[in-house]
Design a protein around this ligand. Structure first.
Ligand code: MG
Length: 251
């Protein structure tokens, strides 16, 4: 290390650096794909649209596997109907995910019982949705937590009855052919545009009771060498939370 530092600061190297053609450090390939960025309420051009206000055709009722039956509202949103969570028909690996959500304006319940839902990636890792506006609960279970694993950096919640949004970057964990984890998964989450989870390492599966299941237990049912892709799931926690403008980009 010390030798390397000496080399870095050696006059010869500095001189050589000064003489270097700047073109030597230019990277021209690959050329990033040109996409049209989104604007308020409009997804980017390369997004997979999961819900645009017209139908739940991209979703199924998770417990039954039948059609998703949550209520579609005239304002382009949908609302939880207490008949079970919904999940995407498609399965996903690492993604950028956008969702807008609104907890009921009329405050009912408290703590975890108030405006509770959540988005679960690969049916294992839940980013909490909760009315966390002046509603104390355990910090690692409030809105924008990686449930029972990471506390959000700040509470960026808007009042109940107001639209909020998450932009989530989920990087799936990686395993070797024997099912041993070789790389942890991570989450980066923006809540209403504010960074609240900064590249945190997933500790294991989201568990209501007990500790996250990690290692091989994190991927029970997984076939070595097969894709870890799984559905994205939105929780029915018995509260009429609404959603709109849901899209995803594969990473
Ligand atoms: Mg939840």
């Amino acid at each position: 290390m010390f030798k390397y530092l000496l080399l870095l600061f050696s006059p010869g190297l500095l001189l050589a650096q000064k003489k270097m053609d700047p073109k030597l450090t230019e990277v021209w390939e690959p050329i990033p794909e040109v996409i049209v960025p989104g604007s308020k309420g409009i997804p980017p051009s390369d997004a997979i649209i999961l819900f645009d206000g017209t139908s739940l055709s991209e979703w199924t009722n998770a417990p039954t596997g039948g059609p998703a039956g949550w209520t579609i509202n005239s304002d382009g949103s949908m609302t939880v109907k207490p008949d079970g969570g919904i999940q995407t028909k498609d399965e996903f690996g690492s993604v950028q995910f956008h969702i807008e959500w609104k907890t009921p304006k009329e405050i009912k319940g408290q703590g975890q019982g108030r405006g509770n839902s959540g988005v679960t990636f690969q049916r294992r890792f839940e980013i909490q949705i909760l009315d966390s506006f002046e509603n104390p609960t355990y910090s690692n279970g409030q809105a924008a937590s990686l449930y029972k694993q990471y506390v959000p950096l700040v509470n960026a919640s808007r009042p109940p009855g107001t639209w909020q949004e998450y932009d989530i970057i989920f990087m799936e964990p990686k395993y070797d052919l024997d099912g041993n984890q070789i790389k942890s998964g991570t989450f980066t989450v923006f809540h209403n545009g504010i960074l609240v989870l900064n590249n945190v390492q997933i500790l294991g599966t989201t568990e209501f009771r007990g500790y996250p299941k990690s290692g091989r237990d994190e991927i029970s049912g997984y076939m070595p060498g097969k894709s870890l892709k799984k559905n994205i799931y939105i929780q029915d926690h018995g509260n009429p939370v609404s959603f709109r403008n849901i899209w995803v980009r594969n990473l």
